[in-house]
Each structure stands twice: as C-alpha cells, then as structure tokens.
Design a protein around this ligand. Structure first.
Ligand code: MG
Ligand code: MG
Length: 281
C-alpha cells in the first residue's frame, strides 16, 4: 500500500457525471431487486442470473465480467467470506449473512455498489450480525460525509474508522477493518485511480476536486481483520472464521454538493439528515 498519496485526481465534467448517474442508478436498482429476491433456499448463482438479466434488460453490461478471469455479474460473499465470493450452487440458509457486490457499465460509464443483508431478514439473525451490518453501512455514510471539494481524500478512511471505533465501543466489542482491499476511483472503467483506503492512514492523500468520482467500500469483521484467499483464487475469508459485512457506494463530488450515484435517491435523504448539500446532476 506504499503507493498511496501519489495519485492526482482528475474531475469529470457535468455531462459525464450525468452519464455516471445512469450507470449508478442501474446498479442501485439491481441491488434493490436482489434485496427483495434474497430468501432461504435460493442459490447465489440464481441471484447472479437475476442480476445479469436485469442489467442487460436495462441496457447495461455486467462490468464484473470485464475483470480478467471473472465470469459472473455479482460477488456473493457469505458469513466468514469478506469479499469476492463467486456465485455458485451454494444454497442460502436462514440467518446467513450475505454481502452482494454488483457493477454495471452503461454507455461506457460505470457504477459499483454493495450491501449486506441477513437471509430471512433481521428476525432470523444473530444480534451481532445485525449490528455489524448497520454499523458497516453507517461507516460508509460517515466516509461519504467526509467528502467535499478541497478536502483531502484520506479523510474518508479516517471518518470510516472513527465511526466503527465509536460503534464498537457502544456495542462493547471491537470491529476489524479489512486493510488489504480498498475503495477506488470510477469512471470509464470500474477500477481507476485514486485508491481510497477505508481506514485511517498517515498521509492526507490527494485533494478532492470538482467532479471527483470514487467508490468507498468498508469491509468490516466481527473479529480480527486478518484474511486469506481460498483455493478458488477469489474468495476472501476471515482467518478466524468470524463474519464480515461489506457496503459500497459510487459517489460524485461537486462544488454544489454530493450525489451518491448508486443510491436510489442519489443520497438526498441521508445527506439532508446531516446538513450536506445534495447536488442534482
Ligand atoms: Mg464493488
Ligand atoms: Mg468497488
């Protein structure tokens, strides 16, 4: 991770941001559809097929399929799997903690977002899993709220980490924040510079400029953050077997405010709760 801080951010033009909203909204709607489809007995491959059909029917390309060596539309990570789980025959069971990561490209522009949920709903969940999911999502929003033109990019990770530290203290435990995988810039490709650590680093990082578009994606565990990749060469799991959650949004920063490109309402409601201006695109 020694390359942090070298990148200079190149902002996008208003018309480019508007195109990115189209791609982001398709990702948001795909995740909304999947959230309603998650149930005990469904396989992760069935969810993947639903997502691919939905994206293609709405004029998009599943951009995960553009990642060399990856053939699926989603990453589906269950329980101790943190990220990059491959959809397959696994049958989801009541109480499983499922993280779904999804991306789409529309007219050459990309969106990328993820959420975590309990199969069967919160009533089927262990209380600590509900807390993990809520606190990980809240930490994502804390990171989003740290964005602004003229601010330093790595304030995002500091805000994510502070939110998780405070949440853990309130719950009476300590979360692990995975440091081996980071957020990223997004635009004509899904993964672009700059890297966006989801945790505090010593440097400040590049300045956030007008038209910055990035993905913030905290990966949080109920135990230690240490992890390894399974023999399938993709699935990242916790070493200690504790469960993990993953939330992600693609966000645009303008001098008029923020637009959460992959949120159904553009982030308007949550930004308003915190007094942060929402920027229509
Ligand atoms: Mg993603
Ligand atoms: Mg991402």
């Amino acid at each position: 991770m020694g390359i942090f801080g070298r990148e200079r951010i190149i902002g996008k033009k208003p018309e480019e941001l508007a195109l990115m909203r189209v791609a982001g909204l398709l990702v948001g709607r795909t995740l909304e559809m999947l959230d309603a489809a998650i149930r005990p007995g469904i396989t992760t491959l069935e969810l993947d097929t639903l997502a691919e059909t939905f994206i293609r029917d709405h004029g998009g390309i599943p951009n995960f399929q553009l990642v060399p060596g990856y053939r699926h539309t989603l990453c589906t990570s269950v329980n101790e799997e943190i990220v990059h789980g491959i959809p397959g025959k696994r049958v989801l069971r009541e109480g499983d903690l499922l993280s779904i990561d999804c991306g789409a490209e529309v007219a050459g522009w990309n969106g990328d977002a993820a959420f975590s949920a309990i199969v069967g709903g919160p009533a089927a969940a262990r209380p600590q899993d509900v807390a993990l999911i809520e606190d990980t999502e809240a930490s994502l929003w804390a990171g989003i709220l740290a964005l602004g033109v003229g601010k330093t990019l790595y304030a995002v990770g500091a805000a994510v980490e502070d939110a998780l530290t405070e949440a853990g203290e309130r719950r009476g435990w300590e979360y692990g924040i995975v440091e081996d995988y980071v957020g990223h810039g997004i635009g004509t490709s899904m993964h672009m510079d700059p890297q966006v650590p989801n945790y505090r680093v010593t440097s400040k990082g590049p300045r956030v400029v007008e038209g910055t578009t990035i993905c913030i994606e905290p990966m949080v565990t109920l135990g230690e953050q240490d992890n390894h990749v399974l023999d399938d060469d993709w699935t990242v799991v916790t070493d200690d077997g504790q469960r993990a959650a993953h939330w992600e949004h693609s966000i645009a920063v303008t001098s008029r405010g923020l637009h959460v490109l992959t949120a159904l309402d553009g982030g308007q409601a949550r930004l308003a709760e915190h007094g942060i201006p929402f920027a229509p695109l």
